[in-house]
Design a protein around this ligand. Structure first.
Ligand code: NFE
Length: 517
């Protein structure tokens, strides 16, 4: 059947994405998520010096850069036998660099990508006060040209005038807060978007007292914004759009690689204690241990040529029949799984992480989400989970910064000869959009193959060999579309996943079937 409701390109996401759907009797019957741009970053890594991985992989995109540096550094630490020799100071500096990246990315997502699906920016025309930011937006709209805010899908703006004005004010403030988060990261990371602080063996910048003070000051301001604006605004929208806690359930299976190492002497990234926990859960809220060997990538519906349907082995093939995306289909034990803040939060909840439990339980009752947390498996639940996770990370960062010792070491030395002639290892971490894994194969002390599976590869994956749709495709199925000419429901559902297509589409020469260990 022809796909009749196609949104392409989809705006206010990162990268190139098309959403094609079949709508029957006012509901999405089938959805097809299309990554429309090919990039082959892994091929750039072929034959490079392995230590360059933490710098080069960040260039996948400009958003979750610190996570790529972290995944590569964890992989290199392991290869060099340094995993238990990373200094505590280095671990913490890595964590606060990564944390600064999460804060920036999540605030970007809510205010500058999602908020205008719910906040009516044109309400500022009625503003009569003298707030400089709001007057500036009002003047901007008065030009008569409403780009980039309209055209937009109309028909479901529900906030009162005052609530719209609050949302618009914070929309503008969020630009400054995001800039501050970048500046904060740069204190230890050197610069953004592609930081140079996280490297194999530790970090490059010592946490001197003045750097700690500067970081604490900026973090305090960002945390104040999260507490006074971000979390309350997500709640304000959740209260006005309560039906969005019932829509877009998705596949109901959640995966987290964990994030922010808390241990210095456990070489195993799968069992190492992390602030955000590793594992899987689902609507049962039972915690399952992570087993990386269960991860596979399929390409039956992806534009890649391969001798086998299952294993991506060959270059892109844009003419492949049945294919509709440059994104591949990672699966866990053959199952479709979702990753992202919802997974991070509920895996941590299932692992009985105290701070996560406290905040989830304190927040959920405002929206009538019951103890079984089923309401989180929804469009608004994903937005709320991201805001809760942002607060958890900001609060934890305030403690981590105090643990830094200006006089303690930050780097563990290694020699180039410490690289084995041949080996295969992985680095796993959380990124703002969920579970991120790097798999490196070294031959003759050079990178032979490098495989990156990003959070969006999981979430925006197309159908697999069994015909099971990917997580976003499943979240769209069954969605009610009130007006085919204004399918805002689709955009709200997709944006809640915060897709980053630049990260998600890659090709490699892979050597085997199973990519985990
Ligand atoms: Ni390009 Fe990313 C994150 C990674 S993609 S932003 O977060 O890894 O899902």
């Amino acid at each position: 059947m022809a796909r009749q409701l196609n949104i392409e390109p989809m705006t206010r996401i990162e990268g190139h994405l098309g959403i094609n759907t079949i709508v029957e009797r006012g509901k999405v019957k089938e959805a097809y998520v299309e990554g429309t741009l090919f990039r082959g970053l892994e091929s750039i890594l072929h034959d490079r010096d392995p230590v360059e991985a933490s710098m080069l992989t960040q260039r996948i995109c400009g958003v979750c850069t610190a996570s790529h540096a972290m995944a590569a550094a964890l992989c290199l630490d392991d290869i060099l036998g340094l995993a238990v020799d990373i200094h505590k100071n280095a671990r913490i500096v890595r964590n606060i660099i990564l944390g600064a990246n999460y804060l920036q990315s999540n605030i970007l997502h809510f205010y500058h990508l999602v908020a205008l699906d719910y906040v009516d920016i044109t309400a500022v025309r009625e503003y009569r006060g003298d707030d400089e930011d709001l007057v500036a937006v009002k003047k901007f709209l008065k030009r008569g040209v409403l780009d980039p805010f309209v055209p937009r899908y109309e028909g479901d703006y529900r906030l009162s005038k005052n609530k719209n004005i609050t949302g618009i004010k914070h929309y503008v403030e969020a630009f400054n807060i995001r800039r501050m988060a970048h500046e904060m990261l740069a204190i230890f990371g050197g610069k953004m978007p592609h930081q140079c602080g996280i490297v194999a063996g530790g970090v490059t910048v010592k946490p001197s007292q003045d750097k700690k003070d500067e970081f604490r000051d900026k973090l305090g301001q960002i945390k104040a914004f999260i507490d006074a604006a971000y979390l309350p605004d997500v709640c304000m929208i959740g209260e006005s759009y309560p039906d969005y806690f019932q829509k877009g359930r998705g596949c109901g299976r959640l995966l987290s690689f964990g994030s922010f190492d808390l241990e210095d002497d456990n070489p195993d990234q799968v069992t190492r204690q992390r602030f955000i926990h590793q594992g899987l859960t689902g609507t049962s809220l039972k915690l399952e241990k992570l087993k990386l060997g269960k991860i596979t990538e399929e390409i039956i519906h992806s534009w890649y040529d391969a001798k086998s349907d299952r294993y991506p082995d060959e270059p892109p093939d844009p003419y492949k029949e049945q294919a509709y995306s440059f994104v591949k289909s990672p699966r866990y034990g053959g199952e479709v799984v979702e990753t992202g803040p919802l997974a991070d939060l509920l895996v941590s909840y299932a692992a009985k992480h105290r701070a996560s439990r406290k905040l989830v339980d304190a927040t959920r009752t405002d929206f009538g989400i019951k103890k079984d947390l089923q309401g989180f498996f929804s469009i608004m639940g994903r937005n709320l989970a991201r805001a809760i996770e942002t607060k958890l990370i900001a609060d934890a960062m305030c403690e981590w910064i105090e643990e830094l010792d200006p006089d303690a070491p930050i780097y563990t030395h290694y020699d180039k000869q410490d690289f084995p002639m041949e080996c295969e290892r992985f680095g796993i971490t959380g990124a703002p959009r969920g579970a991120l894994g790097h798999w490196m194969h070294i031959k003759n002390r050079k990178i032979h193959t490098y495989r990156i599976v990003t959070p969006t590869t999981w979430n925006a994956s197309p159908r697999d060999a069994k015909g099971n749709p990917g997580p976003i495709e499943q979240a769209l199925a069954g969605l009610e579309i009130k007006d085919k000419h204004n399918p805002f429901e689709i955009l709200r559902a997709v944006r809640a996943f915060d897709p980053c297509m630049a990260c998600a589409v890659h090709v490699i020469k892979a050597s085997g079937a199973v990519i985990g260990e």
